[in-house]
Write a protein that binds this ligand. Sequence first.
Ligand code: ADP
Ligand code: MG
Length: 344
Amino acid sequence: MLSLRGIKKRYEGQWLLNGVELDVSEGELLCLLGESGSGKSTLLRITAGLEETEAGRVFWNCQDITDLQPNERCFGLMFQDYALFPHRTVAQNVAFGLRMKGLPRHEVEQKVTEALKTIHMASFADRQVTELSGGEQQRVALARALAPDPHLLMLDEPLGALDHTLRVSLIHELRRILHGSGKPAIYVTHDREEAFAIADRLAVLHEGHIMQTGAPELLFKKPVNAWLASFLGLGNLIKAMSAPPNTAAVTFGCFTFAESINLPEKSACVLLFRPRDLLINAQPLGAVNTFDAKVIDSVFMGDYWQVNLRVQGLDLEAHSGQSHPAGTSVTVTIPPEKIQVLPQ
Ligand code: ADP
Ligand code: MG
C-alpha cells in the first residue's frame, strides 16, 4: 500500500532523514517510534505532501505520488494538539473535512453521524468542543480525521498532550477504533509503552534510518543492537569484550553464554539480560556467571520487588519475589542461556 523509498531530508547541513525505507500494508497499524527530534513528524509531513523530500519517492499502491499535492493523496492527518475549532460543535468539527471535499449536505450529516458512532460519541453531536474533556476532544479529532474516508491515517503523537492515566485508557480504545475502521494507519510516538500497546508492527527511527522493524514481540526478544535495547528499556546492559567461542570479559569478571557468539576475538559488545533473569542468592560464589553484589534498595512494584544492586560500581536491576534490605551483601547469578550479546 504505502511505500517510502530512500526518503532524505537535511536541515542546516545535517541529515535528519537519510534514506528512510518504510512500508505500511492494508489495514495495518504501524507505529513509528523514535526519540524527540529524530524526524518522525518530518517523515509524516513528507508522506502527506506537506513537505518535499530531497531524494527518494513516495508510493501508494505502486503508484508514484511524490509530486502530488496533499489533497490529491487522500491521507488523513491528526496532530498532538488536535486543533479543534473551539467555537464550533462536535458535529461541525467532524464535518470540516467533508465540507472541504464539497460533499452535499445530507451526505455530510450521514458521515458525521457514522464517525461519531465509531468513537462512541453519537450523543455529543451538538455539544461545544470546549465543554469536552481532553480525552473526548482527542476522540473528536480522530472522528474528524476518519470522516472523509482517507486512504491512510497518520497520527502524530495524538495522546502527547494528555496525562498518563488518560493515555493508558485511551490507547486501547484508539487501537480498537483504528482496527475497526480497517484503514492502514501510521501512529507516531516517542513513548515505548504507547508503542507496544498500539502497534501491529513497530518501526524505530534513529539517526535518519529505520533501525529495526517488526512485531513488538520481535523487537522485545531480538533487538538488533545495544542502542535499541536501551531505548526500549529491555533490561541490564553491560559493556564487554568478546572472547569466543562463548565468553566475554566485563570490568568485574567474565561471563559465559549458552551459545557461541558470532564475533571476532576482543570485539566491543554489549551484554543484555532481563531483570527477571537475574537471580539473587541462587548459587554459591564461584558458580558460573555469579558475582558479589550489594543491595542499594528494594522497591515494591506489586507483582514483584525491583531490587537495585551494585556490582563493583556497576548498577544492575533485578526483579525478585522478595524484598532484600538495603546494604545487604548478596550473590547475583545470570544463567548462561539468558544472556544476549549485542553489537555496540
Ligand atoms: P520529531 O517529530 O521526531 O520530534 P521532527 O521531525 O519534528 O522530529 O524534527 C526533528 C528536527 O528537525 C528538529 O529538532 C529540528 O532541528 C529539525 N527541523 C524540523 N523541521 C525544521 C525546519 N522546518 N527548519 C529547520 N529545522 C527543522
Ligand atoms: Mg514530532
